[in-house]
Design a protein around this ligand. Structure first.
Ligand code: FUB
Ligand code: ZN
Length: 612
């Protein structure tokens, strides 16, 4: 199998523009805010393993994973800039982890202090999930600082896991209920060169859905944990969307490592199933609160969309890994869709508050009335919050933002691929690349490439873009414009950023008769705060001019022509159709920036009204 190499974010300097600002905010506001919330809620304290019945802040089975992702975020920032206070907290946390690692190598604050004796009893208790995040953190910390104490601790833990699960098979289950450790073990293999960790990752992948541990469970439960069939037979994305995304990421890793065509075929099929049938226009996935899962093809309700921030992130991780198997623009398109929409909506503009679910419609008058509301604080909420009781998303946002450069380039010995557009400079082997652009505000991208030494340059032509110009001769291959080395020193790609209305295929019932406003990769929405309440009464003129007026969230505000049904409408439920509408200017802001000005109605999909 031909494979490709990622240019790691450590070799990519984002030097300005949209993402640079957000990375700065991540460093200055978001990472400290997440740390403070985790301190207040006892997540760091839990590593002291001193909790006793009756004390407050009782640890939770997956708190270790929250802190681990936060450590990973700090490590990624520290690759480029020091954060003395945060680094000190990381080292203190490693002290505690080291101190409380049990002699056999086990690390888990919950099962060490709250339920000792219950180790490895239940595959739904997230021990291997926490282990995976701690391993990822340790690999990142060693890479960033050169200090390997944490990595040694986690190697001992991984060795112990290998013994219990693969050699002795003494745990009460064979595969984790929440995937994550598989991809972490591949990272650990790369960081250490120790093949045993790759073998263990393969063991967990091979056993999933192929052993009796879930026999007798209802199909919904097996689906929720992707245990309904051996992974190589999978052709659709099923179950808990975050778990699925992490599993598919590990499958793609292994397909590449092993040249495993059957794993690759499964990855390709589930990817196509996701992006063509089960993904919101925002890149959100997992449309229901019921076990936070994928459902059936085209079931994409807007108001009750679950679309967890972590699930969008996991889709980007999966798509980013598929690019290492095949440089097809469809994978980078999916990453871009997630980046500018379903991921970024998870974070407030000031960088301190988060959405867990990312609905595509909010109706304020139904506040608290939806059955989801019963389930807890992270379900359809109107404004972002600082911390959730289940706080997996905030530190996922911080680590993803800090390592965003990972998605920009890949290479092999013949070609350097540019997948995401942002002002940056990068090293790709001997080659040096610089990109100048104010994308996605503007559509002009200048790429300078030096030292290609005969390699070609490939620029992604985004799937959303129907008109583009390129200053050099090119051939289109799998959505990428391929330019010969002789023409590639200085090229300019110009993408048409004219706003476009998008419609959904008829199967997506909730979008029937509606259109979504987009500009480049960015999905827009309407908010009540700009357009008055009751957005259900608004109709959009699909043939009207769309103007750029002002700025919000760092991108243009759009104004379109439309109508509104007159209000108030009086007391009636049904009446003979009147068709009375009043003309109205409609204001659209980037979807990612919704809910930053107080509670407001919001809609991505707007009913259209044709006038002939
Ligand atoms: O279970 C751990 C994390 O919390 C999952 O990834 C999220 O979806 C939430 O269930
Ligand atoms: Zn989450």
């Amino acid at each position: 199998m031909k494979t490709y190499r990622r240019i790691p974010f450590t070799d990519v300097d984002i030097i300005g523009g949209f993402w640079r600002e957000r990375q700065q905010l991540n460093r200055e506001a978001t990472i400290p805010a997440v740390m403070n919330r985790f301190m207040e809620t006892g997540r760091f304290e839990a590593f002291k393993c001193g909790w006793r019945e009756g004390s407050h802040n009782k640890p939770h089975i997956f708190w270790d994973s929250d802190v681990a992702k936060w450590i990973e975020s700090v490590a990624y920032v520290v690759e480029k800039a020091s954060m003395p206070e945060m680094e000190r907290i990381v080292e203190q946390t490693i002290d505690e982890i080291e101190l409380h690692q049990t002699p056999d190598g086990y690390v888990n604050s919950y099962f060490t202090s709250v339920e000792p004796g219950m180790r490895w009893r239940n595959r739904s208790w997230h021990e291997l999930y926490c282990a995976g995040h701690l391993i990822e953190a340790a690999v990142a910390w060693r890479h960033a600082t050169g200090r390997d104490r944490f990595l040694k601790i986690m190697r001992r833990y991984a060795d112990y896991i290998d013994r219990v699960f693969r050699v002795e098979r003494s745990a009460a289950f064979q595969t984790p209920g929440h995937e994550e450790i598989e991809l972490a073990l591949v990272k650990l293999y790369h960081a250490t060169g120790e093949k045993k960790y790759l073998d263990l990752a393969r063991f967990f992948i091979d056993r999933r859905g192929a052993n009796p541990e879930t026999d007798g469970q209802p199909l919904t439960e097996r689906l929720a944990t992707q245990s309904h069939m051996p992974v190589r037979e999978m052709r659709t994305a099923e179950g808990h969307a975050v778990r699925a995304g992490y599993l598919f990421s590990a499958m793609a890793d292994l397909a590449r490592e092993d040249g495993d065509e059957s794993l690759r075929a499964a990855c390709e099929a589930v990817f196509d199933n996701i992006v063509n049938r089960r993904m919101y226009i925002t890149g959100g996935v997992g449309s229901t609160l019921n076990s936070e899962t994928y459902t059936i093809d085209y079931d994409l309700p807007n108001e009750t969309a679950y679309a967890e921030t972590c699930a969008a992130i996991s889709l980007a991780y999966f798509a980013g890994r598929m690019l290492l198997i095949e440089p097809d623009a469809k994978y980078a398109d999916a990453v871009e869709r997630v980046l500018y929409n379903g991921f970024l909506s998870g974070l407030s503009l000031d960088g301190t508050r988060f959405f867990y679910t990312n609905p595509l419609e909010i109706v304020k008058s139904r506040r608290g009335a939806h059955p989801c509301t019963e389930k807890g604080d992270w379900l359809p909420i109107m404004e972002r919050v600082e911390v959730f009781s289940c706080s997996c998303c905030p530190p996922n946002v911080t680590r993803f933002l800090a390592s965003l450069g990972d998605f920009a380039f890949t290479e092999d010995d013949e070609t350097v691929f540019v997948h995401q557009y942002m002002p940056c400079s990068a090293k790709a082997g001997e080659a040096r690349l610089t990109m100048e652009t104010d994308y996605p505000r503007g559509g002009v991208v200048r790429v300078k490439a030096r030292g290609l030494n005969g390699r070609r340059l490939a620029l992604r032509v985004p799937g959303w873009c129907s008109r583009f110009e390129l200053s050099a001769p090119y051939a289109l291959e799998r959505g990428c414009a391929i330019i010969d080395a002789a023409d590639a020193a200085d090229v300019t790609l110009t993408l048409d950023m004219t706003p476009q209305l998008i419609e959904a295929r008829s199967n997506v019932a909730d979008c029937a008769g509606k259109a979504a406003m987009t500009r480049g990769p960015v999905v827009y929405c309407m908010e009540g705060v700009d357009n008055g309440g009751s957005l259900a009464d608004i109709r959009l003129d699909p043939a009207g001019e769309v103007k750029e007026t002002g700025d919000y969230g760092g991108l243009p505000v759009l104004e379109a022509r439309g109508w509104r049904r007159p209000v108030p409408q009086g007391e009636w439920l049904y009446r003979p159709y009147t068709g009375r509408y009043e003309e109205k200017k409609l204001t659209f802001i980037p979807y990612f920036a919704f809910a930053n000005r107080g509670e407001s109605d919001m809609r991505v999909w707007i009913p259209v009204r044709m006038i002939w």
